[in-house]
Design a binder for this molecule. Structure first.
Ligand SMILES: [Zn+2]
Length: 273
């Protein structure tokens, strides 16, 4: 690694870390983990990787704070004023970081793995945007399986506005890829379908797993049904799903599904030309 690249990485990662901490997008441990993942991505995938990751963190951070009071009122806002911690970063970044490492290990498949990396980010970006934009809707969401109306923030709840949010994030990611990334290793007609499919599939997988497997608890102090295992300072009673599968585990599965879809679309493209 040249010393100029090393300097660039240090400057960019420190600037982004200070910004996401100061703008209260991430807390201290969240910032430290994000900086480590960012460093890995910079060293492996390079500038494209870090640009796409930054677009996700910044845009998702802005939309989390949009209409925050209204989201709080329906009891579905991200806790701590939208400030996210290391568990959020791990849930959203683990698969992308793994794809970034595999990217350098298998250079002969770089297009497919890069597509998997982009798909992993597309999925969690879309899922976050679907939630944050979907919560702005006045009507309650419906469960993805069974279509019953549920309270906003219920795992498995979906809405048309939410899916439009997912599509919107895909458009932002493709635009960032085309306009901010200098030389594009993947052609637009591959990136477009890969990102859009990874976004829609990832959001859907997140809702299905969220509804079927995610642990849901009843707080024995206030009676609220929540996806948080502790509420009012005490352990809640598990009433549905599995303790091991929380919101962060669901995010990892969502991101993995996006990676698989992204990589598969590129693989199909290369095997048919
Ligand atoms: Zn409670």
């Amino acid at each position: 690694m040249s010393s100029i690249l090393a300097l660039e990485i240090v400057i960019v990662i420190s600037t982004l870390s200070i910004l996401s901490y100061k703008l209260r997008i991430l807390d201290l441990y969240g910032t430290l983990l994000a900086a480590s993942i960012g460093g890995i991505v910079y060293l492996t995938v390079g500038r494209i990787g870090i640009i796409l990751l930054t677009v996700f963190v910044v845009v998702a951070g802005i939309f989390t704070k949009l209409g925050y009071d209204r989201k709080s009122l329906v009891g579905a806002a991200e806790p701590r004023k939208g400030l996210r911690g290391w568990r959020n970063v791990l849930g959203n970044g683990l698969v992308a970081a793994a794809a970034a490492v595999v990217y350098t290990l298998a250079p002969q498949h770089s297009e497919i793995i890069l597509s998997g990396y982009i798909g992993a980010i597309a999925a969690v970006f879309a899922d976050t945007m679907a939630t944050e934009i979907g919560l702005l809707q006045k009507r309650d969401p419906i469960l993805i399986i069974g279509l019953r109306r549920v309270k906003p923030g219920t795992p498995g709840g979906v809405s048309l506005l939410g899916y439009m949010g997912a599509l919107f994030s895909a458009v932002i990611l493709v635009a960032a890829y085309l306009f901010l990334v200098g030389s594009n290793p993947l052609a637009p007609h591959i990136v477009g379908p890969a990102v859009i499919s990874a976004s829609l599939v990832g959001t859907t997988v997140d809702s299905v797993i969220g509804q079927l497997l995610q642990g849901l608890y009843r707080c024995e102090a206030c009676g609220k049904i929540t996806e948080l295992s502790t509420h009012c300072g005490r352990m809640g009673k598990l009433i549905k799903g599995y303790r091991l599968i929380d919101n962060h585990t669901v995010n990892i599965i969502c991101s993995l599904s996006g990676a698989v879809v992204g990589a598969t679309i590129t693989l199909l493209f290369y095997s048919t030309v």
